[in-house]
Design a protein around this ligand. Structure first.
Ligand SMILES: C[S@@+](CC[C@H](N)C(=O)[O-])C[C@H]1O[C@@H](n2cnc3c(N)ncnc32)[C@H](O)[C@@H]1O
Length: 215
């Protein structure tokens, strides 16, 4: 299995032990501060239609979706059963190691939006996963990939360590472009405006493009 266009050393990690070992214990923590979570929730409120079917990839015990919104299916995929079982927004969930198997366990054309929140830096086969995101999206469906600056250092790929946080959204743009089948990605800076220091928030969005012939 290889990822085209990105040298393998840039997708290597300090800790190359299988991911299930790292995620065996649940972590009931949040990975961005409250203001930044609210900024992400606001963005979801603006862009995700009520009633739509969502896939929360690299999910845990929180999905940051607006609490008042009523969606259709909200599927969650992550690494820890206890975290996923505790997530009140998920209608179904699966433990699935994307670094061992980047193929998503979902039918094609199943979702109106796919979300990845503050986790994309852990993918070692990102282009394969982004191709899969396109496959499971419905026509005109959108992927939203939120990036901040905190990482589990031993599990983030070298490419993220080598790139300053404010440039990391460009990596995500590259993943969409290399995967193909998306409209040009759009970068949104949704960092909270606050007199106090907050975590930054960038969201890279890309819509499935069906005007191009695929495969
Ligand atoms: C920093 S947490 C973010 C969790 C959640 N998305 C959030 O916003 O709070 C990283 C998440 O990535 C998931 N993850 C890490 N490596 C993964 C892998 N190889 N396959 C699938 N999910 C993975 C973990 O389960 C964990 O929930």
């Amino acid at each position: 299995m290889s990822t085209p266009e990105i040298p393998p050393r840039l997708l290597s990690r300090v800790d190359e032990t299988p991911d299930p070992l790292f995620y065996v214990q649940p972590r009931f923590v949040t990975h961005i501060d409250a203001a930044t979570i609210e900024a992400l929730t606001s963005l979801y409120r603006e862009r995700l239609l009520e009633g739509s079917d969502l896939l929360d990839l690299m999910s845990s015990w929180v999905s940051h979706l607006p609490p008042e919104a009523r969606y259709g299916r909200v599927a969650g995929l992550g690494m820890n059963e206890a975290e996923l079982a505790a997530n009140p927004r998920l209608s179904d969930h699966v433990v699935h190691d994307l670094n061992a198997n980047p193929l998503l366990p979902y039918e094609s054309l199943s979702f109106d939006a796919v979300l990845i929140a503050v986790s994309v830096q852990y993918l070692t086969h990102p282009i394969e996963v982004f191709r899969e995101i396109r496959r499971v999206l419905r026509p005109a469906g959108e992927a939203l990939v939120a990036v901040s600056h905190r990482v589990f250092p031993t599990k983030a790929v070298a490419l993220f360590h080598a790139t300053p946080p404010s440039e990391r959204p460009r990596i995500v743009e590259t993943y969409f472009q290399a995967a193909g089948g998306f409209h040009e990605p759009v970068l949104l800076n949704r960092s909270p405006e606050s007199p106090h220091p907050t975590d930054p928030l960038w969201v890279v969005t890309a819509q499935r493009n069906d005007t191009l012939a695929q495969e």
